[in-house]
Design a protein around this ligand. Structure first.
Ligand SMILES: [Zn+2]
Length: 268
């Protein structure tokens, strides 16, 4: 597969379309098919590959998303930077619906998801800082200048789902000082790291989790409605962030994540 894209965007719930005038590319991977055919087109002077995380018809629930195929497909198209918008619940009373959070930490509370490409050998990638530092700072600066001042740090706890949290779980997560809760941020981030990709999350708060402040518990309808109300804004922001991303990958920790590690196979 020739390198035809530089930046990848993995759209979350409600973020099913992104590029106009784009070409559909079907990518086969050793890990099966990605959630959808990847669309590749030009935006903000960059070649961009877009993939709706849940499929265009939202057929993949969080625990069934082909995460490995998705990241592999993007990398095999030449992508080195991944922007990952997603809908999240807030564990922080002051971060109501519509708040944009660009977290800097992640807690994995998923169970049973395959979270590595490397089933042979010792391939322990560094993950102390799970997200791309350059991608995060560019995203934060761009969101600020766009007038959508984000929470520029925070901890995303990723739960297995598909159910939402109980009140006790929400209170526990909040008591740990964790900021937001979602269902898809893991293993997506670590698989990106295992492919030495830069990965930057953009988390849109759609609801306040049960038990946090006056949160009443959340329904799927509320989440989809809140996301729909912000999706155009989020798309515009993603386009602006893409414009400030470099054409080449930074010489950063993501690019060097696999240095000194003997991989059982070649990367695409
Ligand atoms: Zn990076």
């Amino acid at each position: 597969m020739p390198d035809i894209a530089e930046i990848g965007v993995i759209g979350g719930s409600g973020f099913y379309e992104f590029l106009t005038d784009a070409e559909e590319v079907k990518v086969e991977t050793p890990f099966g098919e990605p959630s959808e055919a990847v669309t590749v087109g030009e935006l903000s002077g960059r070649r961009v590959a877009f993939l709706p995380r849940h499929g265009r018809d939202h057929r993949f629930p969080p625990h069934k998303i082909p995460y490995r195929a998705n990241l592999w497909a993007l990398r095999s198209l030449g992508v080195h930077q991944v922007l990952a918008p997603s809908a999240v619940g807030s564990l922080t009373a002051s971060y109501g619906p519509g708040t944009l959070v660009i977290p800097d930490q992640l807690v994995d509370r998923t169970t049973g998801r395959t979270q590595t490409y490397y089933d042979a050998g010792a391939c322990h990638v560094p993950f102390a800082d799970p997200y791309c530092p350059g991608g995060r700072s560019r995203a934060i600066a761009t969101a600020r200048s766009f007038g959508w001042v984000p929470a520029g740090s925070g901890t995303l706890v990723v739960i297995e789902g598909q159910r939402f949290s109980t009140r006790a779980e929400s209170l526990w997560y909040a008591a740990q000082g964790w900021t937001i809760v979602g269902m898809t941020g893991h293993p997506e981030a670590v698989l990106a790291r295992e492919l030495a990709l830069c990965y930057t999350p953009l988390c849109l708060v759609t609801d306040t989790d049960a038990g946090v402040d006056e949160g009443d518990g959340v329904t799927q309808a509320e989440v989809f409605e809140a996301f729909a109300g912000n999706v155009k804004r989020l798309r515009d922001l993603v386009a602006r962030i893409i414009a400030v991303f470099p054409a080449q990958q930074d010489d950063d920790m993501c690019a060097h994540a696999l240095d000194g590690i003997q991989l059982p196979f070649e990367l695409p």
